[in-house]
Write a new protein. Structure first.
Length: 248
């Protein structure tokens, strides 16, 4: 994969840029935690990113999912079935991952906004990457206990509902990093804004809760933001969340 697609931000912490979406590789020696998995069409890129960092997929100890939209859940079931990797989400997101319901922007909602700059090209890429594919996870698991998870990176799940009911960000206190999924991004093909922001409102299940969740992110001590969309953002995460809240 492209050399610039993998960005190291701390020891054992790498952001990987896929097709309009990101995932994060956390490593500790030979053990690896994968946070999000891109679109279904990103599968080979996910595996290539692990190989580029010196890890076979058998090294995965867990897949953590910020939320169960197709562009983050894409290869979770494959990794679970092929390599026996457990898939963990917030308890409110577990039924979403099983597709007992689907809270995701519809094709119709997107097409009604197709006149807006960037929307139609993004939608075409999303469909080609598996944006409407069935990526349900057979046995998603809630996080085993509150606080830091006993996994590479020692990520701490923080519930940030709004984008979906069970959306979580992951705080890495020792590294000073927040993996923010879609609760706080730094860019998106459908947005003209650059820098910390919320996704366009059509992507959120409950916009008011998305704005409120930024308060939780403001309270996390970190100077690096690894978003689900857009580049790495350096600077106080508190200020990044405040900016996004001001933009609305």
């Amino acid at each position: 994969m492209r050399e610039d697609a993998i960005v190291q931000v701390a020891a054992g912490v790498h952001l990987v840029h896929g097709s309009d979406t990101n995932w994060v590789v956390l490593s500790d020696g030979d053990a690896v935690t994968l946070v999000d998995t891109g679109y279904p069409g990103d599968r080979e890129r996910v595996l290539a990113s692990l190989r580029a960092l010196g890890h076979p997929p058998e090294a995965l100890t867990a897949v953590l999912i910020t939320h169960a939209h197709n562009d983050h859940l894409g290869s979770a079931e494959y990794l679970s079935r092929a390599f026996g990797v457990p898939v963990h989400l917030h308890e409110a997101e577990v039924p979403h991952a099983r597709r007992e319901f689907l809270h995701q922007v519809s094709v119709g909602q997107v097409m009604r906004r197709a006149w807006r700059p960037g929307v139609l090209p993004w939608a075409v890429r999303a469909l080609r990457a598996g944006g409407t594919a069935d990526v349900r996870v057979t046995e998603p698991r809630p996080f085993p206990a509150p606080g830091a998870l006993d996994l590479p990176g020692r990520p701490v799940p923080v519930h940030t509902p709004g984008h979906t009911a069970g959306h979580c960000v992951f705080h890495l206190p020792e590294a000073g990093v927040v993996i923010s999924g879609d609760a706080l991004v730094s860019g998106h093909p459908t947005s003209r804004v650059r820098g910390p922001q919320l996704l366009p409102a059509m992507f959120d299940a409950e916009r008011g809760r998305s704005l409120a969740a930024l308060r939780r992110i403001e309270g996390l001590a970190a100077d690096v933001l690894l978003p689900g969309h857009g580049p790495v953002h350096h600077g106080p995460v508190r200020a990044a969340a405040e900016r996004a809240r001001e933009l609305g």
